[in-house]
Unconditional design. Structure first.
Length: 157
């Protein structure tokens, strides 16, 4: 009896699965480069370098993600000055004690229809047995900016 390979996950798309996508491999490569750069920096230089790395990543984004990234950067810095900007898998991220608390993923990063503001398990957002850890972003209005500011403050509390 020969073993059958499951085609369930690829049957809907008609594509053969070959592991990671090109975008995923690129993100992993970026993460390896980030870790190498971080290892070469002193703690003080790491914070300054992290900020410039994040601003450079945001500058590479196409619109409307670039404007959203710039605004999110300002909101996160104002809401939680203790967070240190850094890149994480090629995305702008913000860390506390070296651990990523939140990050911004542009829509173009993985060819998505919306950008994402995500929170890691280090974020203090727990509410009962279930709570959201990522949010789709199509645009930022005053209401979204206020909510994001409150979420970031809660995440680091």
């Amino acid at each position: 009896m020969s073993a059958k390979k499951s085609t369930k996950s690829t049957a809907a798309t008609g594509k053969n699965s070959r592991g990671f996508t090109d975008d995923e491999r690129a993100a992993m490569k970026e993460r390896a480069q980030e870790l190498e750069a971080q290892a070469r920096r002193t703690p003080r230089a790491d914070k300054a370098g992290g900020e410039s790395d994040v601003l450079a990543k945001i500058a590479e984004m196409s619109e409307p993600d670039r404007t959203m990234g710039e605004r999110l950067h300002a909101i996160i810095k104002a809401s939680a000055p203790a967070l240190s900007p850094k890149t994480w898998y090629g995305m702008p991220a913000y860390a506390k004690d070296g651990k990523v608390v939140c990050f911004f993923q542009s829509a173009q990063k993985f060819d998505s229809r919306y950008a994402t503001l995500g929170f890691s398990d280090k974020a203090n957002l727990d509410e009962g047995a279930m709570w959201p850890t990522s949010f789709a972003l199509k645009e930022l209005t005053g209401a979204e900016e206020a909510r994001i500011g409150a979420l970031v403050k809660k995440a680091v509390s």
